[in-house]
Write a protein that binds this ligand. Structure first.
Ligand SMILES: Nc1ncnc2c1ncn2[C@@H]1O[C@H](COP(=O)(O)OP(=O)(O)OP(=O)(O)O)[C@@H](O)[C@H]1O
Length: 281
């Protein structure tokens, strides 16, 4: 007879070892002429903090968007928290999105709304029906939003209009909005590209801190090599839609990073069916 304790232990170990994100031969084409992501296979494990580097057009945003179901892979599979994102629809996709927070370069806040209400909108996925105004959110959501504002250092200005904040403050509100849904994964698409160096450092430190506190798996695209090296656990380099570097940050040599940025084809993504146009060294 099977030992139930042993089976339970096996299941727990399996859960711990199972990757949070698994891409197998994932390819994304935009029309017949543009391959944005080309045969990407990789695993990301729970709690990993991954920096994505690559030239503009190398496929970083496309990769992040595949993980949230904002794009569907043309071929191959994308699994996130055990869900096949390429085939998930409706309720399953909505449930997955509640576990995945997304932070964007342009913050995507509602400018004429208060800071607190912007954070509350992060909980909409778990609420029924639309909300019009802060007081239409349940008290529990408003309290949770205040808690997240406190974590990002903005508890002193809940009623300020979002568009009157500095860029760094707006990005911190966007992080609070992502956190209110208690995600297991945080995706950040160039979160500091519009910020000055000091605000950039603050936002990246904030992402690191909340990732550690909430045991989040993080994927963050960046253009700043030094920041990526000082911040991530692991670095994935994309060039022309393919992964050209994937290593722990501690074992990376600078020359390998330069390789990510070495000669690429004039059109950054790969032209489908025309290997000669591919990004080459
Ligand atoms: N929705 C879309 N429709 C058509 N082409 C797209 C779409 N999204 C991305 N692309 C193209 O796919 C390629 C990869 O774009 P992507 O935005 O993933 O690159 P990136 O590395 O994030 O660039 P950046 O650093 O400038 O944000 C580019 O050639 C881009 O023009």
């Amino acid at each position: 007879m099977k030992d139930p304790d042993h089976s339970r232990l096996g299941a727990s170990i399996d859960k711990i070892l199972r990757p949070t994100i698994r891409l197998e031969h994932a390819t994304k084409d935009f029309g017949p002429e543009l391959r944005a992501l080309d045969d990407v296979t990789l695993d990301v494990h729970p709690g990993e903090v991954v920096a994505l580097l690559g030239l503009s057009g190398s496929g970083k945003s496309t990769l992040l968007r595949l993980l949230d179901g904002l794009h569907v892979p043309t071929s191959g599979t994308v699994q996130v928290l055990g869900c096949d994102v390429g085939t998930a629809r409706g309720r399953e996709l909505r449930a997955l999105r509640r576990k995945v927070g997304f932070v964007f370069q342009q913050f995507h806040l509602v400018g004429n709304m208060s800071v607190l209400e912007n954070v509350c909108t992060g909980a909409l996925g778990a609420l029924r029906g639309p909300r019009f105004g802060l007081m239409t959110y349940p008290k529990s959501v408003r309290l949770a939003a205040m808690e997240q504002l406190d974590r990002v250092g903005l508890a002193d200005r809940p009623f300020q209009r979002a568009d009157t904040l500095s860029g760094g403050q707006q990005q911190r509100v966007a992080v609070a909005r992502a956190l209110i849904q208690k995600p297991r994964i945080l995706l950040a698409d160039e979160p500091v590209a519009s910020l000055d160096p000091e605000s950039s450092a603050q936002v990246m430190a904030l992402i690191s801190r909340v990732a550690a506190e909430d045991d989040l798996t993080v994927l963050c695209s960046l253009h700043q090599v030094d920041l990526a090296l000082s911040w991530g656990h692991r670095l994935i380099g994309l060039r022309g839609g393919t992964v050209v570097l994937d290593k722990p940050v501690s074992s990376i040599d600078r020359s390998e990073i330069m390789d990510i940025y070495s000669a690429v084809a004039p059109v950054a993504a790969v032209a489908v069916g025309r290997p000669a146009d591919r990004a080459v060294r």
